[in-house]
Design a binder for this molecule. Structure first.
Ligand code: SAM
Length: 289
C-alpha cells in the first residue's frame, strides 16, 4: 500500500472495516491486516479506537470521521485517496454505516470513482438475527426508534402490518418503554426476542411473546442495562384472508365489482365451494381498505 504524498496517479482504496461489538476475539485476520497496512484510519471516535488498535499493536495514524464532520471532512480523506493512499473507515463497534457514520464518506468516495471495499465482520443486528429463531429469509432493519413516545408509536404503527421480521436497535434506558409501545401496537402475542450484550460476559437472548418479554424486562432491572437489539416477528394475516386462495379472491373481486356485497359473497361461495360466511368476512375486510 502506498505511503502518503506519493506521486501516484492510481488512487488508493477505501476499506470499510467491521470491528468487534464486544468480544475482541471477533476481530478478523483480514481486518487486522488492512488496518495495519493502510496509510490512515478514519475513525468515529479516535480516543475509543486508539485503545482497540493498541490492543492489537497497530500504529496506523487515526483521523476523526464522525457524524458532525463527515460531510465537511470527507474532502480530506478524498485528497489522501486521490494521492494514492489507502484509507480504512471504522466505527466505535461493529460495521460502519449501520447506525454509525460513514454513509456520506462512502458516497463521496464512490462518486469520485474510487474503489470502496468492504471488510465484513461483526454487526449486532445480524448476530441477533442469526440466533433468534425468527424468520430470517426476509427482514427489515428499522435502526433506532424515535426517543419520544409519540414519534416511537407513530413509527411502530407504520410497520404494524409488515410481514418481514422487524429488527430495532434500542438504548438500555428506553428498552422498557420501547417494549411497552411494541406490545400496545403489535399486540402482546407477537413473538419477539431481546438480544442483549451480544458477544460479552452477560450476553442474553430471550425469546418470548411481547407481553411476556415486556414483563421479563420490567421485573428485572438488569435487563434494562447494556446494549440491545429487539427483534419482532412479522405480521401474519388474519386466518380468514389466509384461507382464501388467490383464485377465489379473484372471483370474489369480479363479483364485488358487479353486485352488492352479500350477493357477491353468496355467488362466490356457490362457484368456489368456499364457505359463504368466510367470503362475506373477506368481502367486508376488502370494503374497509
Ligand atoms: N455499527 C454497529 C453494528 O454493526 O451493529 C451498531 C452501532 S449503533 C451506534 C449501537 C447499537 O447497536 C446499540 O445501541 C445496540 O442497539 C446495538 N449493539 C451494538 N453492540 C451490541 C451488542 N454487543 N449487543 C447488543 N446490541 C448491540
Amino acid at each position: 500500500m502506498t505511503a502518503s504524498g506519493a506521486s501516484n496517479s492510481t488512487p488508493g482504496t477505501l476499506y470499510v472495516v467491521a470491528t468487534p461489538i464486544g468480544n475482541l476475539d471477533d476481530m478478523s485476520a483480514r481486518a487486522l491486516k488492512v488496518l495495519g497496512e493502510v496509510a490512515l484510519i478514519a475513525a468515529e471516535d479516535t480516543r475509543h479506537s486508539i485503545r482497540l488498535l493498541q490492543h492489537f499493536g497497530i500504529g496506523t495514524p487515526l483521523a476523526a470521521c464522525h457524524e458532525h464532520n463527515e460531510r465537511d471532512e470527507g474532502g480530506r480523506f478524498l485528497t489522501r485517496l486521490l494521492a494514492g493512499d489507502d484509507v480504512a473507515l471504522i466505527s466505535d463497534a461493529g460495521t460502519p454505516l449501520i447506525s454509525d457514520p460513514g454513509y456520506h464518506l462512502v458516497r463521496q468516495v464512490r462518486a469520485a470513482g474510487i474503489a470502496v471495499v468492504p471488510v465484513p465482520g461483526p454487526c449486532a443486528l445480524i448476530a441477533a438475527l442469526s440466533a433468534a429463531g425468527l424468520p430470517s429469509d426476509r427482514f427489515i432493519f428499522e435502526g433506532f426508534l424515535p426517543a419520544k413516545a409519540v414519534g416511537r408509536r407513530a413509527r411502530l404503527e407504520q410497520v404494524r402490518e409488515e410481514p418481514r421480521t422487524l429488527i430495532f436497535y434500542e438504548a438500555p434506558h428506553r428498552i422498557l418503554e420501547c417494549l411497552q409501545d411494541m406490545e400496545a401496537v403489535f399486540g402482546g402475542e407477537r413473538p419477539a426476542l431481546l438480544a442483549r450484550e451480544l458477544t460479552k460476559t452477560f450476553e442474553t437472548l430471550k425469546g418470548l411473546p411481547l407481553s411476556e418479554l415486556r414483563a421479563f424486562v420490567e421485573n428485572d432491572s438488569n435487563q434494562q442495562r447494556g446494549e440491545c437489539v429487539v427483534l419482532v416477528s412479522g405480521w401474519v394475516a388474519p386466518e380468514a384472508e389466509d384461507a382464501v386462495s388467490a383464485e377465489v379472491t379473484r372471483i370474489l373481486d369480479l363479483l364485488l365489482a358487479e353486485m352488492p356485497l352479500k350477493r357477491a359473497a353468496a355467488l362466490a361461495a356457490e362457484i368456489t365451494g368456499v364457505r359463504k360466511n368466510l367470503l362475506y368476512q373477506v368481502a367486508l375486510e376488502k370494503q374497509k381498505i
